[in-house]
Ligand binder design. Sequence first.
Ligand code: ADP
Ligand code: AMP
Length: 218
Amino acid sequence: MKTPLYIVMLGPPGAGKGTQAKVLAQALSLVHISTGDLFREHLKNETELGQLAQSFMNKGELVPDGVTIKMVEERLAKPDCVSGAVLDGFPRTPVQAEALETLLAQFDAGVKVVPFINVPDEVLVERLSGRWVSSSGRVYHALYNPPMVQWIDDLDGSELYQREDDQPETVRHRIKVYRDQTAPLIDYYTQKSLLVEIDGTQSIEGVTEDLMKAVEEA
Ligand code: ADP
Ligand code: AMP
C-alpha cells in the first residue's frame, strides 16, 4: 500500500488555507479536514463540544488542546483518511503538533510537507471582512472570489453569511493569538525541514500553482 500523504496548511487567519486546502484535496484525492469546520458542525448539531467550542471561537481564542486533539484523533481514524489528508487549521499549537506526530506514527506515517501561506496583517483584515461562507464550508470573497449571485452559494443555492468571528475586532485578536500560539510552528516545522513558504498575496490560482509545486517536490 502507498504511504499516506498528510499535508499541514500553516498560515494566519485569512491567509487562504481553507480555499487552497479544498483545491489541493480535490487534486490529490485526499480528504480536507478543517478543525474550524468540525467545530462549526458540532455547534450546528448543538453537541456539548459545540457549546464548549463556541465560547472560545466567539472571542477569537483557541479551543483547548485536549478536546481539539481528541476530535482530530477521531476524525483521522475514519476510513476515508487511509490515503492521507490535507489538514487546515490544525495543528495550531506546539502541543497539537506533537500530538499529531504521535497520532500519525500509529499509522506508520508522518507529515510530508507544511506549506506556510504568508500574508501581511493588513491584507488579512481585508480578506476576512469580505469573506462570505456557506454552511457547507465553501468560501467566497465579496471582491476577490465572488459567487455568481450575491450572497448565494454557487453549488447548492444556499444563503451565504459572514462569520461572527470575522468582525474586525475579533479578527485583530485572532491575529494576535496566531502570533503568540501558532507562529512558533514556523520554527518547529523549519527544524524538521518540512516548511515551504508560499507568497499568499498572489492570486488564488498563483498560490495553488506554488502549492502544487511544493507538494510535488516534497
Ligand atoms: P483561512 O482558511 O486561511 O482563514 P480562507 O481560505 O477562508 O482563509 O480565505 C480568507 C478570505 O480570503 C476568503 O474570503 C477567500 O475567498 C479570500 N482569499 C483566499 N485566497 C485569496 C487570494 N489569494 N487572493 C485574494 N483573496 C483570497
Ligand atoms: P478557522 O475556521 O480555522 O478560522 O477556526 C475558527 C476558530 O475555531 C478558531 O478561532 C478557534 O477558536 C477554533 N479552532 C479551529 N482550529 C483550532 C485548533 N486547531 N485549535 C484550537 N482552536 C481551533
